[in-house]
Design a protein around this ligand. Structure first.
Ligand SMILES: Cc1ncc(COP(=O)(O)O)c(C=O)c1O
Length: 431
């Protein structure tokens, strides 16, 4: 780094501090200027391998040329129309989604972010189940930063502090976390006792007929990259399937929050596809727009039709450019067999990590949504800092920030991925 570059960085960071809101947290104090494939380039001319994908967003790498072309073409045609007329691009993307969504989920509302998608899904549950004021969500979950999605989140207390009163009627239950069992069972002798935590609430304080929706991340994201069972530790029980039965029994809407686990991240279109369960509603965002802001909630037409025109809306939601990019992203994924590549390579990578790291880390995940629990935040922070020195970006997750997550682009070259992983393994072994 030359002296000029250093002073340029200092100047930019000083302006950043002056003009940008303090609430916005940044992990690495460098300034990104350009992205290409798996790399980002800083204003200092440093090339960084991005294994964060901007928190699980740039599924096809940064600025995929076909994706940027789709954006540019659409910008030249129509950038915005809102709800003033119908338009070609949200129709096209909604049809594409209907083809990849599980079961008979075939109807979509477009918004701008994951949190908005979650808020919309909650509103839908109020229409589907009028007069039912309660929602169940899972301790450790993260669903976003709007007041509605904050109310059902519990992954970090800082996300809620000073924001009460939030949405009422939110009931938390422990996540089925086999890696730190909420009911202190051993995976070998477990009988899915964690499900009793929910059914006991039904007996003691929460009539199931008062619940409009249960919202769950099939694979907990910000909570620590924890797949619900069955997972590597427990292959006997399918928590989501049991949850599905409970929802059916009481007419509760099952919402799968797929904002982080959706759009091929786990080697299936949606994380819940790994469990063979069809929810009532799916929320998505992140990977759908390759970096342009877009979110969506999708459900069966019979539920979505309960919300009359005007009962929900968004000026920018379903923006033509974001939708054109969404369609192109899905088209490339299909054409390039991304699901297969992610599923196979992810399994191989996790095996490699587990073998190499043995007692150093608990490795878990699906596809390219891989978590490595290193035990403490101190160790995880050290690993992130050492990776950064090697020009590799990785992030942490979990209430204690003790999990390193690997979220590489889904089309990353296999050798590049394994070479970087070997560097990370070496760093973890030393940490
Ligand atoms: C599972 C889940 N839901 C919702 C959100 C919120 O998404 P957004 O930041 O786009 O509002 C996130 C973001 O990390 C998430 O991981």
């Amino acid at each position: 780094m030359t002296t000029n570059q250093t002073s340029n960085l200092k100047e930019l960071l000083a302006k950043d501090e002056n003009y940008l809101a303090n609430a916005l947290y940044r992990v690495f104090h460098v300034v990104a200027e350009r992205g290409e494939g798996p790399y980002i380039y800083t204003t200092d001319g440093v090339k960084l391998l991005d294994l964060t994908c901007g928190i699980g967003v740039t599924q096809l790498g940064h600025c995929h040329p076909e994706v940027t072309k789709a954006a540019k073409d659409q910008i030249d045609k129509l950038m915005h129309i809102s709800c003033v007329t119908h338009h070609t691009e949200n129709i096209k993307l909604a049809e594409k989604l209907a083809n990849i969504l599980p079961g008979d989920i075939n109807n979509t509302f477009f918004c701008n972010s994951g949190a908005e998608a979650v808020d919309g899904a909650i509103k839908l549950s109020r229409y589907a189940n009028p007069g039912r004021p309660n929602i169940v969500s899972f301790r450790g979950a993260f669903h976003g930063r709007t007041l509605g999605s904050t109310a059902i989140s519990s992954s970090k207390v800082l996300h809620r502090k000073n924001y009460d009163p939030l949405l009422t009627g939110v009931n938390l239950v422990d996540y089925p976390n086999c890696y730190s069992c909420p009911v202190f069972k051993d995976p070998a002798s477990c009988n899915l006792e964690c499900m009793d935590l929910l059914t006991r609430m039904f007996k003691l304080n929460l009539p199931p007929e008062s619940i409009s929706a249960i919202i769950i991340e099939p694979i907990s994201g910000e909570g620590g990259y924890i797949p619900s069972p069955p997972n590597a530790l427990n292959s006997r029980f399918n928590y989501l399937m049991e949850l599905r039965k409970i929802c059916d029994q009481y007419g509760i809407l099952l919402i799968a929050d797929e904002v982080q686990s959706g759009i091929a991240r786990t080697g299936k279109w949606f994380g819940i596809d790994n469990y063979g369960v069809v929810p009532d509603v799916i929320t998505m965002a992140k990977g759908l727009g390759s970096g342009l802001p877009i979110g969506a909630f999708s459900s069966k037409k019979k539920f979505m039709s309960l919300m009359p025109p005007g009962s929900h809306g968004s000026t920018f939601g379903g923006n033509p450019v974001a939708c054109a990019v969404g369609s192109k992203t899905l088209e490339i994924m299909e054409r390039d067999n991304i699901l297969d590549y992610v599923s196979k390579t992810g399994t191989e990578l996790m095996k490699h990590l587990s073998t190499e790291l043995k007692s150093k880390a608990k490795v878990r995940g699906f596809g390219f949504m891989i978590g490595m629990d290193l035990g403490t935040k101190d160790i995880a922070d050290k690993v992130i800092a050492e990776c950064f020195k090697e020009n590799i970006l990785v992030l942490s997750a979990g209430a204690d920030s003790n999990v390193i997550r690997l979220i590489p682009p889904l089309n990353i070259d296999k050798k590049l991925l394994f070479d970087a992983t070997d560097k990370i393994i070496g760093i973890i072994k030393k940490a």
